[in-house]
Write a protein that binds this ligand. Structure first.
Ligand SMILES: NC(=O)c1ccc[n+]([C@@H]2O[C@H](COP(=O)([O-])OP(=O)(O)OC[C@H]3O[C@@H](n4cnc5c(N)ncnc54)[C@H](O)[C@@H]3O)[C@@H](O)[C@H]2O)c1
Ligand SMILES: C[N+](C)(C)CCCC=O
Length: 484
């Protein structure tokens, strides 16, 4: 496959290059080799993208929702038809196995385009009757130019989860992918353009944090939606506050999975595997603190150990591979340092922990048992394939410890006790909760975090509120009464 795009940026419906920008080499995590060379956006490129978005938004915002929705749904169809090629590219960009990307990335992006395309025509205001025949009506209006900034773990999905509701509401977007995985968002832009999105409605500019910072600080920008780490979230939120801009923040996590002794243990093990080793552990909502009730702890660890024999680590483009490399050598080194800390702080290593002696940024799926709440590996987001198993005795204890974190992205409970399941879900201090599963994110359901994990929600009808605002129009049907 040709991995070198026609140019670095996509602006006003066309590929655009400016070789004066800082070079960005795209590394395939399986080989460590360069597969594309791009350039970060220079100030003229940033200006060009924002000007194009501002110009295009006026007409796009004036179209009916049904007209806009038609474009988004057409884009969803194109995306589905190209799923194979998009999945191969996603695998080159991230190193995630094709076995995953072929069912979870372009497909998830297409779901978002289809869902918000369907909702676009159904967005209406309301009529509020008042005394004496007066009334108020509300108009749901677009915000204007929105900036999307992406993380590297789900480049296609993140671009679509932001673009779809933004465009459905009548906004234009300038999207900056992560500098680590810059390829996929360009395909999203091409597809939207091909589906009939007017030039300038969805633009992609490449670059590092400074490009993101320049975009946010521009006076033309009405909103920023970031997917990234908490430290970046702090900076972006602060920059947006400077001009009182709207924000959506999808940030990091250290989510709990609580497994009671009455749970179906095989389902619980599957949930823990999905919540720790999918995408080589590089998932924001991962349940990396696995609280297992004391009586079943050793049985859980033994079953988990047996299931880990099924790991197929290798060429991520091979459909039989189910565990790929980490996205970069930098990320692998961060994870290695956490594994060393886990050992040094006294956690019991029951699986993995090693870096295979081979090309690519691989690291074994790793399990620590006897982890305590105070250990570094139980407190900090690792963003790699490292599961911490902790034990507990009572429901109250499990809930208190599950919530004792500054993060609040996801939480799940495994139990066959119906009332306990709902008590736990109600008690979790997290935005995205699960009963007897973990890490599913259908477009119909809200996804996002509480506390340091974020602000706002992506997906579901709620996302429309984050990309539009309600205008109230008071209509007087009587003479105006004035005091003098
Ligand atoms: N909640 C979610 O939905 C979700 C999803 C995926 C990833 N994440 C989180 O993302 C993190 C991993 O991704 P990452 O390493 O790419 O995150 P990161 O915070 O390093 O970077 C995210 C993006 O922000 C940009 N950026 C950096 N500094 C900036 C600044 N000052 N102004 C504007 N933009 C700036 C980067 O270039 C990148 O595009 C993890 O913490 C993970 O939990 C969250
Ligand atoms: C769909 N997943 C797997 C929950 C990923 C959501 C985005 C977080 O990293």
């Amino acid at each position: 496959m040709q991995t070198q795009p026609k140019a670095s940026h996509f602006i006003d419906g066309e590929y655009v290059e400016d070789t004066a920008g800082t070079p960005i080499d795209v590394i395939y995590p399986y080989t460590g080799k360069i597969i594309a060379s791009l350039h970060a956006a220079t100030p003229p490129i940033i200006t060009q993208a924002l000007a194009s978005a501002e110009r295009a938004q006026r007409d796009w915002g004036a179209m009916t929702g049904t007209q806009r929705g038609r474009v988004l749904r057409r884009a969803a169809d194109i995306m589905r038809a190209r799923n194979h090629d998009l999945s191969v590219l996603e695998t080159f960009d991230t190193g995630k196995p094709y076995q995953e990307t072929s069912v979870a990335d372009a497909t998830s992006g297409a779901d978002a385009l289809e869902y918000f395309g369907g909702l676009a025509g159904a967005m209406t205001g309301e009529h509020i009757p008042l005394a004496g025949g007066d009334f108020v009506y509300t108009r749901r209006e677009p915000l204007g130019v929105c900036v999307g900034i992406g993380a590297w773990n789900y480049p296609t999905q993140i671009a679509c989860w932001k673009a779809a509701p933004a465009l459905a509401c009548g906004n234009a977007m300038v999207f900056k992918p992560s500098e680590t995985t810059p390829l996929c968002a360009l395909q999203v832009a091409e597809i939207l353009h091909e589906a009939g999105a007017p030039p300038g409605i969805f633009n992609v500019v490449q670059g590092m944090g400074d490009v993101g910072a320049s975009l946010i600080s521009d006076a033309r920008v009405a909103k920023v939606s970031l997917t990234g780490s908490v430290p970046t979230g702090r900076k972006v939120y602060a920059a947006a506050a400077e001009n009182i801009r709207h924000v959506t923040m999808e940030l990091g996590g250290k989510s709990p999975i609580v497994i009671f002794d009455d749970a179906d243990i095989d389902n619980a093990v599957s949930g823990a595997i999905l919540g720790n080793f999918y995408s080589t552990g590089q998932v924001c909502s991962n349940g990396t603190r696995v609280f297992v009730q004391k009586g079943i702890k050793e049985a859980f660890i033994a079953r988990l150990g047996a299931r880990l024999q099924g790991v197929v680590m290798g060429d991520p483009q091979d459909p039989t591979t189910n565990f790929g490399p980490m996205v970069s050598d930098t990320q692998r080194k961060i994870v290695q340092a956490y594994i060393q800390k886990g050992v040094a702080e006294g956690a019991r290593l029951t699986a993995g922990g090693n870096t295979p002696d081979r090309d690519g940024f691989f690291i074994e799926p790793t399990v620590f048992a006897d982890v305590t709440d105070d250990m570094t590996i139980a407190r900090e987001e690792i963003f790699g394939p490292v599961m911490c198993v902790l034990d507990f005795e009572t429901e109250a204890e499990a809930l208190a410890r599950a919530n004792a974190t500054e993060f609040g992205l996801a939480a799940s409970v495994f139990t066959n006790d119906l009332t306990r399941a709902h008590r736990m879900a109600a008690g979790f201090a997290a935005g995205t909760c699960y009963i007897n599963t973990h890490n599913l994110a259908p477009v119909e359901a809200p996804f996002g975090g509480s506390k340091l994990s974020g602000v706002g929600r992506e997906n579901s009808k709620l996302a429309l509120n984050h990309y539009s605002e309600m205008k109230g129009v008071y209509v007087a049907m009587n003479d105006v009464e004035a005091p003098f």
